[in-house]
Structure formats: structure tokens, C-alpha cells
Design a protein around this ligand. Structure first.
Ligand code: ZN
Length: 500
């Protein structure tokens, strides 16, 4: 089992009116000069439990119900913003640090702020650097959370697990300075710059005179420099070559130049924020067509020419990387194309390939692990929410039926935000299913995708439903942890991430 609860010793518990209900997470217990701290829970909630010989120093920085007796002070500190800050100060490993530049890193988005402790338990055992706090603006809006609360939740959960190995915080898929500044202000240590608003992908479909005409509209200096750089002969990669035709180069210049200039401005913003404080990931994956190898090379080289320091780049890969389900497409072709992307990243040697919508791509994982030699970033996000829904399907079938029904009502709106191709008409009505059949809905593609993309209706729009879900996962914490442990262990092992 991934965590162990222990009875709080009577001399501390007896100081509190309901202290007999207190248990604490054994792995969380920490002792620093005069202060003992742990994550604990009673019948209602989780909280920090602090014991100190005096009411000063780190102890005094936490807010909460303070009692004294037997020559000690004890405090029941709720999981508030102030206490998260006090926790990070007293135990610095509960604050995020840059990890994307390490060899292997793994993004575990946690839409609920409840999954990180199970993630952290796993990364005590496996040799990769986790990014526990990771949300996109879309997810923040749909869950009504803030970057502040996402990082605070990760800090509390990391403390609960007693994980001290370092973790990142990713401002995910940011597109504007407004959002970048918001994320930097609360201390993200990684920024995923989504260039899709600055790209002009329509030029991928243009050719002939129309293409020539658009290209002629680019500044002469840009054209001549690019022609010199990219048309002077083949570029030799490890096992293949890249050959720019004039036509493909014209497309690259037209599609990417604005985005490259924008990335350079963001890079400058990060330099002013402080060198080495934030790792940058470049994302060109949110487009309809796969990123051609020549385009990947062009982007990486243009970023280099603009002195953009970035730790990873997310191309759009061939096939479909849809949310929460396995890879869709020809795995042989994926191996071939993915291998070329890895060779291009290796050619530059300054960044690694990043795989977005990386959850549940079980058939592609061995290829990703093998071809990168374990040198990659992989992002998962909604799959931890799906595991929560699955835990509820076992532990609280009545609530699961409510979630499932609500998901159908929320589907049309959710489909406007997420690219999903499942046929939802095959899904049965909940009243036709026995309780024992409910978990099956999480094992089929349409069921997974239905529940994957409709989380906003449960967590952001409906406070009563939000509270019911959090209560169920509090009561059934162990079931949820077990679910996450199995699911992520499968990811990690198929990717070939070695044990520590
Ligand atoms: Zn992406």
C-alpha cells in the first residue's frame, strides 16, 4: 500500500477536543530544531499537525487552532495559502524547483490537487524528475483554481508523501504575456510556451504561385539569410538526412517566423526573471498536421539563432495522441517518425523531445523510452482525474451514476474545447447497468473520453457536485491512491524508467 496512517500519540491528541479522531501519515513526519510536523486527518479533513516546545520560530508562522499542555504547544493548521508558504519555508523541498532540464522528467497534472501524494510515492522509487504542479489556463478556468492553489496543493501533497527529491511546477500551454506573468509571479519553475496563436499553419497547404507571392512579402533580409542557411546542402543526422526544398523552406518561413520572434521575446522575459529559475518548453503540437522533420529542424535552429534557451520541444507527432486513451495510428510509422524527431533533438544536443497528451499511450511507450534512451519529457494531465472517477465507480456507485449522467449533459460544451473522435452513442444509460458493471465504463474509449473532458461541469460549475467528489475521495483516499499507483506504475515501467 502506498501510505500508512498512524494514531497520533495520546499526549498530543488529548490536547485537542476531537484529538481521538486524529491519525497521521507516517511518511510525512519531520523533525527540525524544536519543531515536529506531519500531515494528519480527522473525520472531516486533512491538516498539518505541529508540535513545538515553544510558540515561536517556524511553529508561530503557521495559522490554526493552537493548544498547549504537558510543556508543549500543538497546532492544527488547515491547508491554507498562508500555511503552504510557512511549510515551504520550514521544509524547502516542498517548494518547486526547475527539473525539466534533467535527463528524464514526467508531468503529472493533478486537476483535483489530491493525486500528487500517490504520484510522489512512485517517484521515490523511480529515477525521473516529476512535475507535480501542472495546469493549463483551460484547466484553471474549468476547475476554477489558480496557479497559487495548484502549487500550494502540490506542496501539501509532497509533504504528505515525505517526498524530498525535488519537483517542478509547469505553467502549461501559455500563450500570452498576461498568463506568463501570472504564472511567474507565483513561482512556476517551468513554462510551456504554446505558439499556436503565432503560427500560420494554413501555409502548409499552399503551393505554386500563391506560395511564391506570400514568400515575396517577407523581408528580403530574412529570405536571403534563410536561403543561405537551409538551401546550401543536406543536413546529416545520425541515421538520415534532411533536405530542404525551396518550397518547404518558403512554407517554414511563412508558418514559423512570427512564432520564433514571439518566443525570443518570452525568452528575454525569462532572462529578466532570473537565469536558471524557470525552464522553457516550446510547444508546436496544438496544430492539425504532424510536424515534419524539416519543420522541427527549422524551429529548433531559428530558436537557437535568436538565443532562445529551451529545455524541451513538443512537436505534433504522427497519428493521434487523444486524451486518456492509447495511441491511435500505425506504430511502425510512429517509430520511424518519432526516431527522426529524436535525431534532430540529438543533433542540437541542447534540448529533449517532449510528448504531450502522453497519458495512457501504452503501445507507444516502449518506443518512446527506447529511441530517446530515457531522455524525454512526458506530460499527463486528465488521467489522474479519470482514476478518481474510476475509484468512485467502485467505492461510491451512487455518486458515480450522478457523475456519468452529468457528463452526458456537459458533453456538447466540452467537445468545443477538446479534440475527440469517440462515438458516444454506443454508451449505455446508467440505469441499465448494475453497480458491478459501472467500472467497465472507464475501460472503453468513449467512456474514458466522455469522463475525461467533462471535468469542468463537475469541479468548476457545480459546487455541490465538487464537494461530493472531494468528500468521496477523502473517505476513499486509500482506494484512490491504489488506483493511481497501479496506473502510473504501468506508465513508468513501459517507458523503461529505471528504479532508483
Ligand atoms: Zn500540447
Amino acid at each position: 500500500m502506498s501510505f500508512k496512517l498512524q494514531k497520533v500519540p495520546a499526549e498530543t491528541a488529548n490536547l485537542f477536543p476531537n484529538g481521538k479522531d486524529f491519525t497521521y501519515y507516517a511518511d510525512s513526519l519531520q523533525k527540525i530544531s524544536g519543531l515536529q510536523a506531519c500531515m494528519a486527518r480527522d473525520l472531516e479533513s486533512r491538516f498539518l499537525l505541529l508540535v513545538s516546545s515553544e510558540n515561536s520560530g517556524a511553529f508561530a508562522e503557521f495559522e490554526g487552532e493552537c493548544v498547549s499542555g504537558n510543556g508543549v504547544f500543538a497546532k492544527k493548521a488547515p491547508l491554507t495559502e498562508k500555511n503552504a508558504a510557512a511549510l515551504r519555508k520550514a521544509f524547502p523541498w516542498t517548494a518547486p524547483v526547475p527539473v525539466l532540464h534533467k535527463k528524464c522528467s514526467f508531468g503529472c497534472g493533478d486537476r483535483l490537487g489530491l493525486a500528487t501524494s500517490a504520484h510522489a510515492e512512485l517517484f521515490k522509487k523511480y529515477n525521473a524528475f516529476p512535475v507535480f504542479a501542472q495546469q493549463s489556463i483551460r484547466e484553471l478556468n474549468l476547475t476554477k483554481r489558480t496557479y497559487r492553489s495548484v502549487i500550494d496543493d502540490a506542496s501539501f501533497q509532497v509533504f504528505q508523501a515525505g517526498y524530498t527529491g525535488g519537483f517542478g511546477a509547469d505553467g502549461d500551454h501559455l500563450k500570452s504575456f498576461e498568463h506568463i506573468d501570472m504564472a511567474l509571479e507565483v513561482g512556476v519553475t517551468m513554462l510551456t510556451l504554446d505558439l499556436s496563436d503565432e503560427l500560420h499553419p494554413a501555409f502548409a497547404e499552399v503551393s505554386g504561385a500563391e506560395l511564391e507571392k506570400a514568400y515575396a512579402g517577407c523581408p528580403a533580409g530574412v529570405r536571403s539569410e534563410c536561403e543561405k542557411l537551409y538551401l546550401s546542402g543536406p543536413i546529416q543526422l545520425k541515421s538520415s538526412t534532411l533536405n530542404f526544398t525551396k518550397e518547404e523552406l518558403m512554407r517554414c518561413v511563412l508558418i514559423y517566423t512570427d512564432a520564433m520572434d514571439f518566443a525570443a521575446k518570452v525568452s528575454e522575459r525569462l532572462r529578466r526573471h532570473g537565469a536558471g529559475k524557470v525552464d522553457l518548453e516550446i510547444s508546436v503540437d496544438e496544430t492539425s498536421a504532424p510536424t515534419l522533420p524539416e519543420h522541427h529542424y527549422f524551429v529548433a535552429n531559428e530558436l537557437k539563432r535568436r538565443q532562445v534557451v529551451f529545455a524541451s520541444l513538443a512537436p505534433r507527432f504522427i497519428g493521434e495522441f487523444q486524451k486518456g486513451i492509447d495511441y491511435i495510428g500505425d506504430l511502425k510509422e510512429f517509430r520511424k517518425q518519432f526516431g527522426r524527431h529524436v535525431e534532430i533533438a540529438d543533433f542540437f544536443g541542447t534540448y529533449k523531445v517532449s510528448v504531450h497528451s502522453g497519458s495512457d499511450k501504452f503501445s507507444a511507450f516502449p518506443i518512446i523510452g527506447e529511441l530517446t534512451g530515457g531522455h524525454f519529457h512526458l506530460k499527463t494531465a486528465g488521467t489522474s482525474w479519470l482514476e478518481a472517477v474510476e475509484a468512485i465507480s467502485y467505492a461510491d456507485p451512487k455518486l458515480f451514476r450522478e457523475i456519468y449522467t452529468k457528463a452526458f449533459a456537459a458533453l456538447p460544451a466540452a467537445l468545443k474545447l477538446y479534440h475527440i473522435t469517440a462515438d458516444f452513442s454506443v454508451l449505455p444509460k446508467e440505469e441499465t447497468l448494475t453497480d458491478a458493471q459501472l467500472p467497465e465504463l472507464l475501460k472503453c474509449v468513449p467512456g474514458r473520453q466522455l469522463l475525461h473532458i467533462t471535468y469542468g461541469a463537475m469541479l468548476g460549475e457545480d459546487p455541490a457536485m465538487h464537494d461530493k467528489i472531494y468528500r468521496a475521495l477523502f473517505v476513499h483516499e486509500e482506494e484512490y491512491q491504489k488506483q493511481l499507483d497501479e496506473h502510473f506504475r504501468k506508465h513508468i515501467e513501459l517507458l523503461g524508467i529505471p528504479a532508483r
